[in-house]
Design a binder for this molecule. Structure first.
Ligand SMILES: Cc1cc2nc3c(=O)[nH]c(=O)nc-3n(C[C@H](O)[C@H](O)[C@H](O)COP(=O)(O)OP(=O)(O)OC[C@H]3O[C@@H](n4cnc5c(N)ncnc54)[C@H](O)[C@@H]3O)c2cc1C
Length: 383
């Protein structure tokens, strides 16, 4: 069979770490550098992810999902993050919307959107940030005004991962009494998508600014009752996104380790390979140690999610803080080990370095993570 024919075969289902590992090595790793340079992923990849059942495998089988547990989902997002943080980011935001639907959606909403989201026929994006509101979500100025039996939405969301591709937006806005969460199809009149290009990292995650101008929505657009949305929906969705980013950061550390071990085995300096130098070994040994520690923190957060234990929220903060800071540190060292080659587009470590920086900013920046984790320490002490 020719390579061309093989390339058209649908991908096998991805149901665990081993199948994800093989999928990523075949369909993502060889191309991620080119997608990063192009600032976009191809349509064919989106279809392959759909064939593999990767978009929302945690959805119930009756919706077309696999009823996957969160530990396995985290392992799969780690594998995808090892190959390409941009693709993992697209999975993350689709996961956030799909999870909100399954957790808070009405039966009508679940029936309307669930099967298409599970199949990847409709892609989701998460719209919270604005020009003037990032870490401080309460500062958003987008408004959802009750009108007739529904809502009118006005505002502009910024930095929306997958915004160029998404069919359905999960939008947070100021309602009459508190924040509300709304499902907004891209095709609704008044929705305008403006691509954002040339970001530092996750360059192929197809960011956009999304403007909503007098967008009329029916009553059925609301996810979770008004007043309840800001607490439960937003906290839950951010937790799931943070978990995915933590797992993706573990993938970045693994990729840095793989690249560094390989390069230092072959690059000869002063007559011997770099791997013989104690200072290089120290960097590699720290990568080995941190990737295992970060993986265990993610697994613990996932296990608590599967058990329905509210402790998962703090476990996820800690996993994301540890994994993202370790990813940024080790990506710096991976570039260092590669020398000038590491600064070129011919080796993947420059991409890991830029992507890892983004992990320290999204889904709760480092500073917000430290404030939150320290708060837990003081609460514990007060108990
Ligand atoms: C590649 C990328 C993809 C993104 N995708 C999405 C998306 O899909 N959907 C979405 O809604 N948003 C998205 N974002 C936005 C992201 O969520 C925000 O960038 C993030 O929340 C930080 O907000 P900000 O950029 O406004 O920084 P700010 O909130 O202005 O913070 C600036 C700096 O101040 C620090 N800081 C803030 N508050 C405190 C404090 N109390 N104490 C100490 N330091 C503080 C921050 O940690 C940060 O270092 C994305 C961003 C990027 C870069």
């Amino acid at each position: 069979m020719t390579n061309q024919l093989l390339a058209r075969l649908p991908a096998s289902p991805v149901l665990d770490r081993a199948t994800a590992n093989a999928f990523v090595d075949e369909h993502i790793v060889p191309f991620a550098g080119a997608w990063d340079l192009a600032g976009a992923v191809p349509e064919g990849l989106l279809a392959r992810i759909a064939d593999a059942g990767l978009w929302a495998p945690f959805l119930a089988p009756e919706l077309g999902g696999a009823g996957m547990d969160m530990v396995t989902l985290g392992e799969i997002h780690e594998e995808v993050g090892r190959g390409c943080s941009s693709v993992r980011s697209l999975l993350t935001v689709h996961t956030m919307l799909s999870w909100a639907l399954s957790r808070f959606g009405s039966p009508d909403q679940v029936q309307q959107w669930g099967p298409a989201l599970a199949a990847g026929q409709q892609l989701g994006a998460f719209c919270l940030s604005e020009t003037g509101a990032g870490s401080d979500a309460a500062a958003i100025t987008t408004t959802a005004t009750p009108a007739g039996a529904g809502w009118v939405l006005n505002g502009v969301k910024k930095w929306i991962t997958g915004g160029q591709l998404a069919d359905l937006f999960l939008v947070f806005a100021q309602g009459p009494h508190s924040m509300v969460a709304l499902l907004v199809p891209r095709s609704t009149p008044g929705v305008q998508v403006r691509p954002i290009e040339d970001m530092l990292g996750t360059r192929a995650s197809m960011l956009a600014e999304i403007a909503f101008t007098d967008v009329e929505l029916g009553r059925g657009a609301l996810i979770g009752p008004s007043g309840f949305a800001s607490g439960m929906v937003l906290a839950g969705v951010l937790d799931v996104g943070r978990y995915s980013v933590a797992a993706g950061s573990v993938g970045i550390i693994q990729a840095c380790l793989d690249a560094s071990a390989s390069y230092s085995s072959h690059r000869v300096v002063g007559g011997s390979p770099l791997r013989d130098l104690a200072l290089i070994q120290a960097k590699v040994s720290d990568m080995v140690t941190d990737v295992r520690a970060a993986r265990m923190l993610c697994a613990e957060a996932g296990r608590l999610k599967d058990a329905g234990d509210p402790g998962t929220i703090m476990a996820t903060w800690i996993a994301k803080y540890f994994a993202s800071t370790a990813a940024a540190r080790h990506a710096t060292e991976a570039v260092q080990i590669h020398g000038a080659n590491g600064c070129s587009p011919h080796y993947p470590v420059a991409r890991y370095y830029r992507d890892a920086k983004v992990m320290e900013i999204i889904e709760g920046s480092n500073e917000i993570q430290r404030i939150t984790i320290a708060g837990e320490a003081y609460r514990e002490q007060a108990r």
